[in-house]
Design a binder for this molecule. Structure first.
Ligand code: HEM
Length: 453
């Protein structure tokens, strides 16, 4: 207890801050819910008291919270030398010891390249573009038949089905054990106190993991016996597992599929839901979007045709709207790294073994970095680089761990927007409340009334 509340520094001065109560540290305050357009009150209060770097103890870990753009950038650039990706114990237990978040160096690069074979630029321009258009149109058609839908629920369902098919040829409507149900309790448990007793978010999350990995493992075992190619990601994984000099084994492959299914649908559906909320609250932005997309329709031979890659690239305003949405969405509330050795930043010491938490919302909602930061103003991106993480934009992370799915996420959003606003009439009818716990939660969804034009 004494060591936790009075941590020893290495050779230098620890950042200011408090380590809170014995064992629980400052965890309870860290998890107090807050609103969409706010930075975590936990962080805000401490920034006012201690400045841009402070120490704390949350979920059983000694943490330095960094809200300084230069330090954040430095941390991302030092991946593998001074810092390593390292999430909380709950995160590791949930995503698996073998998950991509626990792989470093060559093993990380190898897994990243495998994923790029699925969602990399070449595939994106060709096959994926076509499939995403088809899936979006099909789902929109079925939502219009229902009349009213909860956007969070239906986009989550659409993306989950799409990736479950691409990854493991899984069809929820035909499967006896439903995979998606097991992901539903996830956001709450991801960054939670690792207390594994029934009733806790962490316990629900671990149960979900257990059931979901069982389904994935069974599909994997079935596939090993099959000689028919399925042309999905699992075929590629099996090919890698069967190699003589292999990096991939079955456990890593199962954890990879499990993680990808989560990373794809939960993040992107939250972004799509907020996108709809923002454009419905800002009719002037919607009008400009409609103009951009109708111009595309008019320049086509067949108005009912599908979006081409050139058309997608010409959606300049749409890209700005997407960037503005993910800036305000702050879907990933904290990015975690572990110090590999004692590191000195801004005159303070971060001892080896400590965790550093980067808080993207502090940057994205900072008046120093963004004029009138709480305003939804897509035009602020005019003429700016929209494609990568930077010192002032880290919705998709940064450095060698930059989100490998950022491009496909944007394509999914643009395709959804295109067909929704050109082919359907829609209005928000209910919901739209948003809280952060610290993951984004839509307690009553976002319901829209939708019909074919
Ligand atoms: C709006 C949607 C999305 C957001 C906001 C988002 C955000 C992020 C962030 C912030 C990171 C960095 C985490 C870190 O540095 O610790 C990340 C990593 C990652 N994302 Fe995404 N993501 C999104 C969609 C996707 C999609 C569709 C995929 C599917 C391929 C994906 C796959 C991954 C993977 C595999 C990583 C780990 C990369 C690595 O460690 O090298 N993400 N994402």
């Amino acid at each position: 207890i004494y060591t936790q509340t009075n941590p020893k520094s290495c050779n230098g001065k620890l950042p200011p801050g408090s380590m809170g109560f014995p064992i629980i540290g400052e965890t309870i305050e860290f998890f107090s819910p807050y609103s969409l357009h706010d930075i975590p009150p936990f962080v805000r209060k401490r920034m006012a008291r201690y400045g841009s770097l402070f120490r704390t103890n949350i979920v059983g870990q000694n943490v330095v919270v960094s809200t300084d753009p230069e330090v954040n950038h430095f941390i991302f650039q030092q991946e593998g030398t001074s810092f390593l990706i390292s999430y909380t114990q709950s995160f590791i237990d949930i995503f698996g010891q073998q998950s991509m978040f626990s792989r470093h160096g060559m093993a990380h690069k190898y897994l990243r390249n495998l994923i790029l074979q699925l969602v990399g630029p070449e595939n994106l321009k060709g096959k994926l573009m076509y499939e995403i258009n088809e899936a979006t149109r099909r789902h929109l058609h079925s939502w219009a038949r229902h009349g009213t839908v909860d956007i969070k629920e239906v986009t989550s369902d659409m993306i989950f089905k799409y990736f479950a098919k691409k990854l493991i040829s899984y069809d929820e409507s035909k499967a006896s054990r439903k995979l998606r149900e097991n992901y539903k309790a996830f956001m709450d448990g991801l960054i939670s106190f690792p207390l594994n007793i029934p009733g806790t978010a962490y316990h629900a999350c671990l149960q979900g993991r257990k059931n979901a990995t069982k389904v994935i493992k069974d599909i994997f075992d079935e596939r090993k016996k099959s000689t028919i190619p399925h042309q999905d990601f699992l075929d590629l994984l099996l090919e890698e597992v069967r190699k003589e000099e292999k990096i991939l084994n079955e456990a890593i492959a199962v954890d990879l599929v499990f993680m990808l299914l989560f990373a794809t649908h939960e993040t992107t559906s939250s972004a799509m839901t907020l996108l709809i909320k923002f454009i419905s609250d800002h009719p002037e932005v919607l009008a400009e979007l409609v103009k951009e997309h109708e111009t595309i329709l008019r320049s086509r031979d067949n108005e009912d045709g599908e979006i081409t890659w050139q058309e997608y690239k010409s959606m300049t305003f749409t890209q700005m709207v997407i960037n503005e949405t993910v800036r305000l969405a702050n879907i990933v509330p904290g990015i975690f790294r572990k110090a590999l050795k004692d590191v000195e930043v801004k005159g303070y010491a971060i001892p080896a073994g400590w965790t550093v938490m980067v808080v993207p919302s502090v940057l994205h909602l900072s008046p120093t970095e963004y004029d009138d930061p709480l305003a939804f103003n897509p035009r602020r991106w005019e003429g700016k680089d929209l494609h990568a993480g930077s010192k002032t934009f880290m919705a998709f992370g940064g450095g060698v761990r930059l989100c490998v799915g950022a491009d496909i996420a944007k394509l999914l959003m643009a395709s959804f927007l295109h067909y929704l606003i050109t082919k359907y009439r829609w209005t928000v009818t209910k919901g739209g409340d948003i809280i952060r716990k610290p993951g984004l939660v839509f307690p009553n969804g976002l319901h829209i009334k939708i019909s074919k034009k």
